[in-house]
Design a protein around this ligand. Structure first.
Ligand code: NAI
Ligand code: MG
Length: 354
């Protein structure tokens, strides 16, 4: 079966890292047909277009999408975030943002005394509700009596489907444990909805254990006792923040991968490295492509290519172990290898495992 994969390489280092992810995909032998889309800052600055409806309709026909990164200093903040990234999430109903926080062998963590056995969790972040839907408004902007209000929308069905996905994921992992992170002591309305819903769903999964942590405490635990987490389920805003902390403890932005997922596969899910377009290092061969490679691995898993997905992850771990002697680190600079050299090492590793 040939998978039709949309490619949004984007701007800055986006195309550089996606090209290396494609090498890794090729090395797995999985059959895919790439369909490239010219979207991002370059197109916006040239034409004023962000995501034309006709392009969105074409994207809907694909099996999955791999995205590099979009953004350029000349594009005002919010244009691409709202118009492209968030619009894809909302229009395609990609209601889970899945972010593994897994310290691979060979990757460096800033946490003293912690290793791969201690840092192995996934964060299931709600991706279509919460504080990111653009609810609210401003009154009298720029004056001394300005008012700004921005609410957080939480629906029973939206929370439930996200929590259910988290329990399903936990059921496939050895520890089978879910932690809800919220702030139920202060955000009593939304927190109560999340807590009751999670408790009810937990009742349907007798083989999965469940506990709760306030999100601020969870930040502390992620640093001091990361081993207590297996699957974290949380809302859109808390998840955004927790996963940056997660990236920091699991090898840095150069390794942080993510998927924007529609679990029912009614629409194509979008996989992307967590980092941005890094204009400061673009075009220099300095970008670490491993986050994009790992995102492509997550895409393979979503497409049901489980063995190939495992080989991609093993290829990254093997490459990191090989490079660790050369200084480790998460940026290409500290790895002392170019973007392309790292991509070649991963592809070789994957091909050898076949
Ligand atoms: P960024 O992630 O692009 O860069 C932050 C720092 O990390 C920079 O010093 C960069 O050189 C470094 N870095 C990032 N990825 C790296 C990699 N793979 N290898 C080595 N070093 C890496 O975030 P920043 O600077 O806040 O944003 C730059 C642009 O990217 C902006 O236009 C922003 O809007 C956009 N952006 C896009 C995202 C997306 O497409 N999903 C996500 C985040 C930012
Ligand atoms: Mg973020």
């Amino acid at each position: 079966m040939t998978h039709r994969i949309g490619l949004i390489k984007g701007d800055g280092i986006g195309p550089e890292v996606v090209d290396e992810a494609l090498k890794a995909l090729d090395a797995t032998g999985v059959s895919f047909e790439p369909v490239e889309f010219d979207l991002g800052a370059r197109r916006y600055l040239a034409t004023g277009e962000v995501l034309p409806d006709s392009v969105l309709d074409e994207i809907r026909t694909l099996d999955a999408v791999l995205l590099g990164a979009v953004g350029h200093p000349n594009v005002p903040p919010g244009v691409l975030e709202r118009g492209l990234l968030l619009r894809l999430r909302f229009e395609l109903d990609l209601y889970v943002n899945l972010r593994p926080v897994k310290l691979l062998a060979g990757a460096a963590t800033p946490l003293a005394g912690k290793g791969p056995d201690d840092i192995d969790m996934v964060v299931v972040r709600e991706n279509t509700e919460g504080a990111y839907i653009g609810e609210g408004g401003v009154l009298r902007p720029g004056t001394a009596v300005e008012v700004a209000s921005q609410g957080s929308l939480n629906t029973r069905s939206g929370v439930e489907r996200c929590v259910r996905y988290a329990f399903n994921v936990a059921g496939t992992r050895p520890r089978r444990h879910v932690t809800l992170c919220h702030k139920t002591n202060v955000l009593t309305y939304a927190g109560d909805l999340w807590m009751r819903t999670t408790r009810e769903v937990a009742g349907e999964y007798p083989n999965v254990t469940f506990d709760y942590a306030h999100v601020d405490a969870a930040c502390l635990y992620m640093v001091e006792q990361p081993e207590r987490f297996d699957v974290i389920v949380t809302d859109n805003l808390f998840g955004d923040i927790l996963t940056d902390l997660g990236a920091a403890i699991a090898g840095g932005m150069g390794l942080a991968a993510s998927g924007n997922i529609n679990p029912g596969k009614e629409t194509p899910s979008v996989f992307e490295p967590v980092h941005g377009s890094a204009p400061d290092i673009a075009g220099k061969g300095l970008a670490n492509p491993l986050a994009a490679v790992l995102s492509a691995g997550m895409m393979l898993d979503h497409l049901g290519e489980y063995a190939a997905a495992l080989r991609v992850e093993a290829g990254v771990a093997g490459t990191l172990e090989k490079l660790a002697g050369a200084g480790g680190g998460t940026t290409a600079q500290t790895m002392k290898h170019s973007t392309q050299e790292i991509g070649d090492l991963v592809a070789d590793h994957i091909a050898r495992e076949a």
